[in-house]
Design a protein around this ligand. Structure first.
Ligand code: NOS
Length: 308
C-alpha cells in the first residue's frame, strides 16, 4: 500500500528528531518545515538537516519557516534539550542545505500538489500552519488531517497550566484549532503517561548498539535528565507518540470530540480550554486523545530502533 503523504512541522530538538525518523519510516515525508520553539532557530534547522542526513534521507527537503511566534515573547528551552538541541551531542555540520522556498509557501504548494491527501504532523508551535492558513483559507479544504502534539489539561510543562507548544504561540494555536481542519490533538499528560522511556527500557535501547540506538541515546540524554529532574519517571517522548498515533490511530485508546480554545492572557497564556459540556455550540470539534496505548507505541519505537 502506498504510504500516506505528510509534512513534518518541527522545532527540531531531541525527541523531534526521533519523531522525524519514525515519520519517515511510516509516511512519505514531502517536506520538513521549521518553526521557532525549542532552541535557537539556527540549531533547529541544523538538527533537522543532520537528522535527515544521518538517516540517509537527504532527499527530503527542509523549508525554513517562522523564526518567531506571531505575537508573544517566548523563551527557548535549552535546559530540556541541551544547548544545541541535540543533548549536547557534538554533531557534524550537515552538508545538506535548506530550500529557498519559505515553509508557508511550501505548505500551500504541497497542499495543492497533493490536494485532499496531504496530512500535517505538527509536533511544534503552530505558527507556520496558522500563517499558511491566513495566507490561503482554502488550505482547510485541501489538507486531509492535522495531527498536533500540544496542550495540557491542567498539568503544564512550561507554566502551571500551559504545555510548551501551545504556550510558545497560543495565538497561532487558536487560529489553527478554530479554522475547521480535521484535527487530532495529543496533550502533554497523555504523552507523559504513555511515552516515558523508563531506565530499563533506556538500557535496552543502549544495548542495541547500532546507529539508530546510538542516535537515540545521544540526542535524548539531556531530555532524560531534565524530565527526571522535574518528576517524570524517565525521558518523555511526546512527538514520537504523536507521530505513532497519526500512523496507527488505534493507539488512541480513549478520546473525545470537543472544541478547544487556547488562553492568550498573562499567567494562563497557553492554557488549553476544553468545552467538555458543549457550551460553545458554534465551534468545531476536534479529537482529543485521553489515553494512548503505551505498549503498542513502545513496540513501534523499539522495532524502528532495532532495524538499524
Ligand atoms: O519538558 C519537556 N519535555 C518534553 N518535551 C518538551 C519539553 N519542553 C518542551 N518540549 C517540546 O514541546 C513539546 C512538549 O511540550 C514537544 O513538542 C517538545 O519538542
Amino acid at each position: 500500500m502506498a504510504k500516506r503523504k505528510v509534512i513534518f512541522d518541527s522545532d527540531t530538538a531531541s525527541d523531534d528528531t526521533i519523531a522525524l525518523m519514525l515519520a519517515s519510516d511510516f509516511f512519505e515525508v514531502k517536506g520538513v518545515t521549521i518553526v521557532a520553539g525549542n532552541v535557537k532557530f539556527e540549531n533547529e534547522i541544523r538538527n533537522a538537516l543532520f537528522t535527515l542526513e544521518y538517516s540517509g534521507l537527504s532527499d527530503i527537503p527542509v523549508f525554513v519557516g517562522s523564526n518567531r511566534p506571531i505575537l508573544g515573547k517566548w523563551r527557548t528551552v535549552e535546559e530540556v534539550h541541551g544547548k544545541n538541541g541535540m543533548g549536547d551531542w557534538k554533531i557534524s555540520e550537515p552538508t545538506k542545505k535548506p530550500e529557498s522556498e519559505h515553509a508557508i509557501d511550501a505548505i500551500i504548494r504541497l497542499s495543492k500538489e497533493y490536494n485532499g491527501e496531504l496530512e500535517i504532523l505538527a509536533v511544534s508551535p503552530l505558527t507556520n500552519l496558522a500563517l499558511a492558513y491566513l495566507k490561503d483559507h482554502d488550505l482547510v479544504k485541501r489538507i486531509r488531517k492535522v495531527w498536533i502534539m500540544g496542550g495540557a489539561f491542567s498539568k503544564g510543562n512550561t507554566t502551571p497550566l500551559a504545555e510548551f507548544n501551545f504556550w510558545v504561540d497560543p495565538e497561532a494555536a487558536n487560529i489553527v484549532v478554530s479554522a475547521g481542519f480535521d484535527i487530532t490533538v495529543v496533550p502533554w499528560e497523555v504523552t507523559e503517561e504513555s511515552a516515558t522511556i523508563y531506565d530499563n527500557e533506556w538500557e535496552k535501547i543502549e544495548k542495541l548498539g547500532n546507529r539508530r540506538s546510538e542516535f537515540f541515546i545521544n540526542v535524548n540524554r539531556v531530555l532524560r535528565e531534565y524530565s527526571k529532574s522535574v518528576g517524570s519517571k524517565g525521558s518523555v517522548h511526546p512527538d514520537s507518540l504523536t507521530v505513532s498515533i497519526a500512523y496507527d490511530n488505534s493507539l488512541a485508546l480513549s478520546y473525545v470530540y470537543k472544541s478547544i480554545s487556547v488562553e492568550t492572557c498573562s499567567d494562563s497564556r497557553g492554557a488549553m480550554l476544553v468545552d467538555w459540556y458543549n457550551q460553545f455550540k458554534d465551534r468545531n470539534s476536534i479529537q482529543i486523545v485521553l489515553k494512548a496505548d503505551e505498549k503498542k507505541f513502545k513496540q513501534y519505537l523499539f522495532d524502528y530502533l532495532s532495524r538499524a
